[in-house]
Design a protein around this ligand. Structure first.
Ligand SMILES: NC(=O)c1ccc[n+]([C@@H]2O[C@H](COP(=O)([O-])OP(=O)(O)OC[C@H]3O[C@@H](n4cnc5c(N)ncnc54)[C@H](O)[C@@H]3O)[C@@H](O)[C@H]2O)c1
Length: 261
């Protein structure tokens, strides 16, 4: 995306979209893309400096994004955050749960608190706490769309990747999304997940510097390139929009074909 391109469409016009993890990578890609398609975007992250970057990038494109700083593993902080967002914007129509943190450690070295619990807090608590707080506001808005970030790792193990806690977290996100879709149906709340393959972000850059892991990733690809945040964001726009009102409880793999064989 070149700067200065502003609006691409009005597909999300009138929608208040909360995007977590919006300071970096996929969350940032979704926040910027949503702004290009007319949403009021509330960008959430624990890292103020990276949030500011997202806001400035949007400004450079002629769009506005509102920034909200919070630790999404802290129940009280999430309650205060969502009350503030709802107060500022009067409604919540879309929630993209992209914020996450994970520890990649082989089982023999995996420590209960600093690796296992930290990952499950970072990948599951963040989704649960945000969704629980946003839920009544979506109900009050007449429904909404939740987009959770699962992972190809919810389906398969990647050779040479010590992803045990991450697979548990993302398998959990996949299962939670189906349950949320069922519970949300009567309220017009839809819930879907996106399972990315290997997307180049600050989280994956160090991993991709390991030649054996990079080779394992490439061996699986049908589209022979690594993913970009925009590859995910285009689907998120569809799932957030009224184009997808009959789509719920679904998972979408955006992985260059990696899971198809
Ligand atoms: N990049 C990939 O290849 C890939 C693949 C599959 C799934 N995913 C998932 O997509 C999502 C985004 O991944 P990414 O690669 O863009 O990650 P990233 O590390 O680039 O960005 C994650 C953002 O979340 C924020 N964050 C982390 N913990 C937080 C907390 N407690 N409170 C508030 N903000 C917090 C970080 O500050 C960061 O800005 C994650 O859920 C990740 O598991 C990524």
């Amino acid at each position: 995306m070149m700067t200065g391109e502003g609006k691409l469409s009005e597909r999300l016009a009138g929608k208040v979209a909360v995007v977590t993890g919006a300071g970096s990578g996929i969350g940032q890609g979704c926040a910027l893309m949503f702004a290009r398609h007319g949403a009021t975007v509330c960008a959430v992250d624990i890292d103020r400096a990276s949030l500011d970057e997202t806001v400035h990038t949007a400004e450079g494109e002629g769009n506005a994004i509102k920034a909200y700083e919070a630790d999404l593993t802290d129940p009280a902080a999430v309650a205060a955050l969502v009350a503030k967002i709802a107060g500022d914007n009067r409604r919540i129509d879309v929630l993209v749960n992209a914020a996450a943190v994970a520890e990649f450690v082989w089982i023999e070295e995996m420590d209960y608190e600093t690796h296992w619990r930290r990952t499950l807090r970072g990948e599951l608590d963040t989704v649960f706490l945000m969704t629980k707080q946003a839920w009544p506001h979506m109900k009050a808005s007449g429904g909404g769309s939740i987009v959770n970030l699962a992972s190809a790792n919810a389906y398969v193990a990647l050779k040479d990747s010590p992803a045990l806690a991450h697979t548990a977290g993302k398998g959990g996100v996949l299962a939670m999304t189906r349950q949320l879709a069922m519970e949300g149906g009567p309220h017009g709340i839809r819930a879907n997940s996106i399972s990315p393959g290997m997307i180049v972000t600050s989280a994956t850059k160090p991993v991709l510097e390991r030649p054996e892991l990079l080779a394992a990733v490439h061996e699986k690809l049908m589209v022979d390139r690594l993913g970009k945040p925009e590859d995910i964001a285009w689907l998120a726009v569809y799932l957030a929009s009224d184009e997808s009102t009959y789509v719920t409880g679904a998972d979408f793999r955006v992985d260059g074909g990696a899971l198809a064989w």
